[in-house]
Design a protein around this ligand. Sequence first.
Ligand code: ZN
Length: 406
Amino acid sequence: MNRIAEAYVKLVLALGRHDPDYVDAYYGPPAWREEAARETRTLAEIRDAAVALARVAAITEAQDEARRLRQRYLARMIETVAVRAEMLEGKKLTFDAESAALYDAVAPRHEDEFFEQARKELAGTVPGDGRLVDRYEAFKGRFTIPPDRLDRVFSAAIDEARRRTQRHLELPSGESFRVEYVTGKSWGGYNWYQGNYSSLIQVNTDLPIHIDRAIDLAAHEGYPGHHVYHSLCEKHLVRDRGWLEMTVYPLFSPQGLIAEGSANFGVDVVFPDAERTAFERDVLFPLAGLDPAAAGPYERVRRLSDRLAYADNEAARRYLDGELDAKSTANWLAEHALMPRARAEQRVRFFDQYRSYVINYTIGKDLVRRYVESRGGTPDCLEKRWEELQRLLSSPRLPNDLATPA
Ligand SMILES: [Zn+2]
């Protein structure tokens, strides 16, 4: 299987030469990357090689559970290399067909009315009159982190997320990260895993950053999100077992669902609602110069607006399937997901760049939660919750393994 793994990594690196967003992380042998740069392979060559390799990977014998997971992981990941190569060659898929082919999942459909109930409750909670999207934006605007306080607020949130994670998970010794503030991106935050248990976390400051984003980003990009996921994979799979396939992270693949789903679910694990409100009130609000008395009401609004999460998938589906153009999609997001103009436009740029990847944040989170909770990791069994999350983050599990727990 090591030979299949090597061939797979080389195919991913070769495809990355055609698609700058594809190779999200690579910390394997530098010679393999140099080889990919030297011998540019065409999309058709990569696709054909992936189809042939996937066949070989599918029939490899595996003896124990770990090797079975590895074999299934490799076979499926190699198939998606071929899918992505075909897309880059111009093959058109519908939003749902694309997400099924790349991420093994299809986002549920929601009628416009589905989001109405949450908006009604928000309308009764958010003060002022006029259009709800404007009132909502004005309300959130009062909780903007002043730019000169961003770093101390983020540092405090990350430190706390790390401290809490360390209480439950064994992090590799020497793991570290650094934070950078950037502009001109379609996303709000990003974790670039560098290998050697280190991450570069980037925060996009194009738009005002509201106080709840501190915990979301600290947990999602850092602890127990992407940084911890990649660090645990490096420790348990790459260093302990020598599985070099885990040194590459192709973004448009089923691993994307596991990464985003576990990172979003991890926010709720590391900061259960009541503890989140208390930490924001006692630490983050004062650091941001905001009135701590408003932390409770702000959290209530945040939780209500969480129920609009799937509206994002609806907008992406309609836009990418050609039912709405960019402008109407931004309008739809304003009306249904309460996104102010600038944020909605940024979101449409995200849809252009990452396409059906957006489902990984919503259905990915739901799948990971269901998986962990079906194994006893419910909110009232905190130790089990962390234990199952750690197991998931330390194994090459894919979306299909979540649906049918081994
Ligand atoms: Zn993410």
